[in-house]
Each structure stands twice: as structure tokens, then as C-alpha cells.
Design a protein around this ligand. Structure first.
Ligand code: HEC
Length: 179
């Protein structure tokens, strides 16, 4: 990053330099106008490099924050129980779109939860069914779980926009929603 910043500064400097010298070159004698010609090209090159540095920083995939990648991972490990749009599946996983558990926890807390899952015997279990650690996929790493959480946030935003009501909190009511 330091290197990138330095390139930007040099680039800007050369542009400023040209802006100051161009009028002098123009008001000067003819030949110096020609000799000054290659300079804008060099400047354009420097600016091109700047743009490339900035663009690559923006386009770099941010592991753990990518909802699109998260959707793909969700499709592999969560969809069978929670449904394509997190609506929950009968006798399987619960609704994640309106889950208060999801909306009231931070990304870090949710990743921690997903790593462990929730046993039916757990005192916090709502429907007394197993939520397997990492959705049962040991290859789903922590960054991947972060991506999945980013996708869950999208599902929750979608549910909000569509006016879906918040998940009822009693196990019985949840069961009804999941069916
Ligand atoms: C084998 C089915 C199954 C799979 C696969 C599965 N889940 Fe679950 N999940 C459940 C069940 C069942 C519950 C509810 C557990 C309980 O409290 O009774 C649950 C609960 C949850 C909760 C807590 C919701 C709440 O409101 O308490 C979250 C979040 C969650 N799952 C996310 C995921 C994600 C993300 C994946 C994929 C990585 C996944 N689950 C894979 C079955 C599954």
C-alpha cells in the first residue's frame, strides 16, 4: 500500500509539473514544444499505473465478506436444511431470513456459532434438531463461514424489504414457520 501511495503522489506531481511547464513551453520557441511532446505520454503511463493499483485493490476478493461467494458456499452446505433463500425447510433447518438470532449477532459471533453448530440437547436449541458444525462440511473454513454470513445478511435485508415478520421466538412457533 505504501508503494501504491507513493506512485500516486509521483503521478500527481508529474501532472502538476506538466501543467505548470506546458504554458511556458507553448509561449517559448517552437522546437521546445516538440521536445515536450513525449511527456504527456509518460504522464498518461504513470496515471495508468495509478489506476491499475487502485482498481486491483478494489477488485481484490475480500475473503470472509463476499456475499456472492457465500451464496455459493451456502448452496453447498446449508441449502438442504435452510432452503435456497433461507426460508427454512420442513422438519429440517429453521428460517434464517427473519431469525433474530442472526440479526442480533455480529459477524464474528455468527462465525463462532457456525463453527460449533447447535446440538438438540443444547439449552438454546429451539426445535430440538441438530444444527451440524460448519453445516456438516469440515472443509468450510472460517473465512468461508464469514462469506456465508455476508449472504445471510443479504437474505435478512431482502426479508425486511419484503415485509416479512421477525421469527417467533418460541420453539413451537418456529416449528410452524419451518413447515
Ligand atoms: C442437517 C441440517 C442443517 C444443515 C446442513 C445446516 N443447518 Fe443450520 N440449523 C439446522 C437446525 C435444525 C437448526 C435449529 C437448531 C435448533 O435450535 O433446534 C439450525 C439453526 C441454524 C442457525 C440458528 C438460527 C436461529 O434462529 O437460532 C443458523 C444461523 C444456521 N442454522 C445457519 C446455518 C448455515 C449457515 C449452514 C451452512 C453452513 C447451516 N445452518 C447448515 C439445521 C441445519
Amino acid at each position: 500500500m505504501t508503494m501504491g501511495a507513493r506512485v500516486v503522489v509521483i503521478g500527481r506531481f508529474s501532472i502538476v509539473f506538466l501543467a505548470l511547464t506546458a504554458p511556458l513551453l507553448l509561449t517559448g520557441c517552437g522546437p521546445s514544444e516538440d521536445s515536450g511532446a513525449p511527456r504527456p505520454k509518460a504522464s498518461a503511463g504513470a496515471r495508468g499505473a495509478d489506476t491499475a493499483v487502485v482498481a486491483s485493490a478494489e477488485e481484490a476478493p475480500q475473503r470472509g465478506h463476499d456475499p456472492e461467494y457465500g451464496q455459493m458456499l451456502y448452496g453447498n452446505s446449508c441449502v438442504a436444511c435452510h432452503g435456497t433463500r433461507g426460508q427454512g425447510m420442513p422438519h429440517q433447518g429453521v428460517n434464517l431470513r427473519t431469525s433474530k438470532f442472526v440479526s442480533t449477532r455480529t459477524r464474528e459471533q455468527l462465525v463462532e456459532f457456525l463453527k460449533k453448530g447447535r446440538a438438540p440437547t443444547d439449552s438454546t436449541s429451539t426445535v430440538k434438531r441438530l444444527m451440524p458444525p460448519r453445516g456438516g462440511n469440515a472443509n468450510l473454513d472460517d473465512a468461508g463461514l464469514g462469506d456465508v454470513v455476508a449472504f445471510l445478511r443479504q437474505l435478512q435485508d431482502e426479508a425486511k424489504q419484503e415485509g416479512e415478520t421477525e421469527e417467533p421466538t418460541t420453539p413451537d412457533a418456529r416449528e410452524a414457520v419451518a413447515q
